[in-house]
Design a protein around this ligand. Sequence first.
Ligand code: TMP
Length: 211
Amino acid sequence: MQGSFITLEGIEGAGKSTCMAEVRQVLETAGKAILETREPGGTPLGEDLRQLLLGHRHTGMHEDTELLLMFAARAEHLQQKILPALRSGKWVLCDRFTDASYAYQGGGRGMDTRRIAELETWVQGDVRPHLTLLMDLPVEQGLERAGRRSSPDRFESEALEFFERVRQAYLEIARQDPGRVKIIDASRPLQEVRARIRAVMESFLEQQDND
Ligand code: TMP
């Protein structure tokens, strides 16, 4: 039996950790075995690449390099961790995946999305998430929340307009693929956000059971 592949997306401060905890709880209650992981990262090599990508040592990194490193980390993650887990029947819960490349490198940096699509096909073949929860909220609100945390990483140091483009790119992905991408209004009070996540997960589980 194959497990399901669920990804969480959103701009900084959108509450992905809250979302992760809620999704995990629903799946545990349903008796699913879970692998929780993240991108960039998820493997020893991927976590090293994460440090290079998020740290400030290579601030002027070329956008092509950035995109290729994201996909290098993803190739390692997919082959060494995600695919073996799915094949063993585990449900994979991943904090960011390729939608983040479309949103940050495509939307934020303005890169040609055909390039991203080529890498997606090369690295993933036909592997795509089965469900994506997009935590959406106004950029100002997200950055205000994220700003309360520790010192900003290389992405968090970008301007407001960058995150506005990232948000719009995410919303466009959701418009194009409404069956897979479910928008969660993360600007709502916490209890409401949690309830909406639970509702989305319960309906996904029901759908899986009927398939
Ligand atoms: P976070 O997952 O802790 O929020 O940080 C990861 C950062 O990396 C975040 O700012 C988004 C960025 N990112 C990309 O730009 N492209 C990608 O493909 C991925 C996975 C993440």
